[in-house]
Design a protein around this ligand. Sequence first.
Ligand SMILES: NC(=O)C1=CN([C@@H]2O[C@H](COP(=O)(O)OP(=O)(O)OC[C@H]3O[C@@H](n4cnc5c(N)ncnc54)[C@H](O)[C@@H]3O)[C@@H](O)[C@H]2O)C=CC1
Ligand SMILES: O=C(O)[C@H]1O[C@H](OP(=O)(O)OP(=O)(O)OC[C@H]2O[C@@H](n3ccc(=O)[nH]c3=O)[C@H](O)[C@@H]2O)[C@H](O)[C@@H](O)[C@@H]1O
Length: 438
Amino acid sequence: MRVSVVGSGYVGTTLAACLADAGHDVTAVDIDPDVVAAINDGHAAIHEPGLDELLAEHAGDRLRATTAYDGVPDADLTFLAVGTPSNSDGSIDLAGLSAAAETVGKAIARASDGATGGTGENDRHLVVIKSTITPGGVATIRDAVRRGAGPVADRVEVATNPEFLREGTAVADFKQPDKVVFGTEATWALDRLEALYEPLLETTDAPVVRTDPETAVTIKYANNAFLASKVSLANDLGNVCKAFGIDAYEVMDAVGLDDRIGARFLRSGVGWGGSCFPKDVDALRAAAREQGYEPAMLDAAVAVNDGQPERMLELLDSHVDVAGDRVAVLGLAFKPGTDDTRNSRAIPVIEGLLERDAAVVGYDPVATETMRERFPDIEYAESAGEAIEGAVGALVVTDWDEFAALDGEFDAMAEPVVIDGRRIVERREGITYEGLTW
Ligand SMILES: NC(=O)C1=CN([C@@H]2O[C@H](COP(=O)(O)OP(=O)(O)OC[C@H]3O[C@@H](n4cnc5c(N)ncnc54)[C@H](O)[C@@H]3O)[C@@H](O)[C@H]2O)C=CC1
Ligand SMILES: O=C(O)[C@H]1O[C@H](OP(=O)(O)OP(=O)(O)OC[C@H]2O[C@@H](n3ccc(=O)[nH]c3=O)[C@H](O)[C@@H]2O)[C@H](O)[C@@H](O)[C@@H]1O
């Protein structure tokens, strides 16, 4: 099938590359010429394991990138995968997505040249919202597409198909999803979505949920809200464990054996960050409040999460006064496997250290440059060993595997105080080790 994907970030590029890999003919559209050039060159503008290999294989063949929307009218489906950032009150900002939606509509209208006839399947256009939007946003985006399409608006259908991939494992998650959700009430649109996904679903047992567009996007929010709250509950329980000197990991490993609970997303520590959990939980809270409901559990999940970085800093304070001294922050990305630092827990940790007048040195295997934009004045090291050399404290914020291998490097610390926010460094002789919840 012919597919256009508008927006080539973490989701759009993964979607475009995986659909090309599944045999479809894909055009990736982005307003950023550097992103487009990178894809056409066979690599991604972002760090995502497995993505460069797919782009190298398919770019220039079944996958092309462009800043133009010319390919949209000929596509069987057009995905919208543009970002939906937060407004200051937590609600989502649909401006970018609406602009892209309207441009898609205009491209369809231009190609139709004002013709309004034809109700056959091939005269219809299917626009699929991949971006995460609240239920009320579906009508906003549908209106934007139809406004752009003008005289041919009634030939354009808008469906939703929320995405559940995680950064760092995006390609694997897209190819082996836990579920696929289609949100449309038009039979022909559902048929097209099913035909598109057929080669992907052949290789998985993933169940398909078919529902209306608004329910589909609500499933996405409920999913993220549940996972974020699950981690927050693990953190709340973890803080209780720490108060009793009990290892929260031993406790939660056992709790996770109950399959009503499940073993995943029970890792306590410095909390959740990233471009999605914080944004999506806030958007759902804002949307609920707008409807007159205060979502107490979600409010609490955020409050627990916001408290974890400060707990980490207080543990450091209990061992050493860092004013004027070097302190290493190990890990800047919001999770391992990505260069994304959006809402990384490293941000409040660095801010807290700067408030304490520490000389902060950050290290991350891939996310240094993105963090440098936010904190241009702190020092950045080339390795974890270099970062901790001469430091009076090391705060572990991201669970990169390489931190587990640190050993003799700790000998070069001025004071070997290690506060581990991710349970990645092992307790050992010669260092003062504190786990956040163990
Ligand atoms: N990052 C993730 O792991 C996941 C993100 N999502 C959702 O998917 C959406 C996209 O997220 P990301 O890929 O992380 O965003 P991103 O910020 O990485 O990428 C968005 C891309 O859209 C482009 N863009 C902006 N306006 C455009 C326009 N008018 N026309 C064409 N391109 C345009 C930007 O240049 C950028 O390359 C968001 O709604 C997000 O909540 C959903 C599941 C997972
Ligand atoms: O909507 C989205 O964009 C995506 O958000 C999350 O994916 P992502 O943010 O990429 O990464 P996660 O693996 O979920 O981690 C999120 C944060 O939670 C933290 N986390 C996760 C699991 C855990 O047990 N403990 C924990 O602290 C991670 O360190 C990270 O900071 C969801 O897991 C995806 O299903 C969803 O598609």
